[in-house]
Write a protein that binds this ligand. Structure first.
Ligand code: FMN
Length: 188
C-alpha cells in the first residue's frame, strides 16, 4: 500500500509543510504503508494551461507527478487556508489531472496560523474533490497555530495528543484504501 502526501504550500517561509513532514514520519513509524511527499514547492509547476491528457508534450515532472498520484492507494493533502480557500498551487494540480483522481481515497489536513486550523478550506476542496470523482476520507486533521504546533522538522509540540489524532486520521485513510483495493480485486 502506498500513500502520497501532497504538500500544497509554495509560500516563502511556509509552515504547513511541517504537518506533511509529521505525517511522513508517523506513517513510516506506525504503519506498513510506503509513503512519499509530493512537495508542490519542489515541483514549481507553471500556472495551469491545459489538462495533462490534452497536453501534446507534457513536462517530465508533470508526467512523474501524475504517475505517482495514479499509482498511490491513498493521498493525504496538507493545505493552508488562504482567504477562506485553498491555494492556487493546489487548484493547479487538481485541474491538471482527472482520471488519476478517480475513486482515490483522499484525506484532507488543513492548517492555519489562527485558531480555526484552516477548516474553512474543507467546503471548497471537498466540492472540487467530488467533481473529479475522488473519495474524501471522512476524517479531519485541522492544525490551528501551525507555527507553534509543529517544529520546522515536523516534530509536534504535543507528541501524545497529536499522535492520538493522527492515528484516527490515518486509520480512516487506511480503511478506505483497503476497501478500495478489495473492490478493485473483486471487479478485476
Ligand atoms: C494570502 C494569505 C491568506 C490567508 N488567509 C487566511 C485565512 O483566510 N484564514 C486563516 O486562518 N489564515 C489565513 N492566512 C494565514 C495562514 O493560515 C498562515 O500563513 C499559514 O501559516 C499558512 O500556511 P503556510 O505557512 O504553509 O503557507 C493567510 C495567509 C496568507 C499568506
Amino acid at each position: 500500500m502506498k500513500i502520497v502526501i501532497i504538500s500544497a504550500s509554495v509560500r516563502t517561509g511556509r509552515n504547513s509543510h511541517r504537518v506533511a513532514l509529521y505525517f511522513e514520519s508517523y506513517i513510516k513509524k506506525n504503519t506498513e504503508a510506503e509513503v512519499e511527499i509530493l512537495d508542490l514547492n519542489s515541483y514549481q509547476f507553471p500556472i495551469f494551461n491545459e489538462r495533462l491528457k490534452h497536453q501534446p508534450n507534457p513536462a517530465d515532472n508533470v508526467k512523474q507527478f501524475a504517475e505517482k498520484v495514479r499509482t498511490a492507494d491513498g493521498v493525504i493533502i496538507v493545505t493552508p487556508e488562504y482567504n477562506g480557500g485553498y491555494p492556487a498551487s493546489l487548484k493547479n494540480v487538481v485541474d491538471l489531472l482527472y482520471d488519476e483522481w478517480r475513486r482515490k481515497p483522499i484525506a484532507i489536513s488543513t492548517a492555519s496560523d489562527g485558531i480555526f486550523g484552516g477548516s474553512q478550506v474543507i467546503t471548497s476542496l471537498q466540492f472540487s474533490r467530488w467533481k473529479i470523482r475522488s473519495w474524501t476520507v471522512p476524517a479531519m486533521f485541522p492544525v490551528p497555530k501551525v507555527q507553534e504546533a509543529f517544529a520546522e522538522d515536523g516534530t509536534p509540540a504535543d507528541r501524545v495528543g497529536v499522535a492520538k489524532r493522527a492515528k484516527s486520521f490515518i486509520d480512516e485513510l487506511l480503511w478506505c484504501m483497503k476497501a478500495t483495493a478489495k473492490m478493485k480485486e473483486a471487479n478485476s
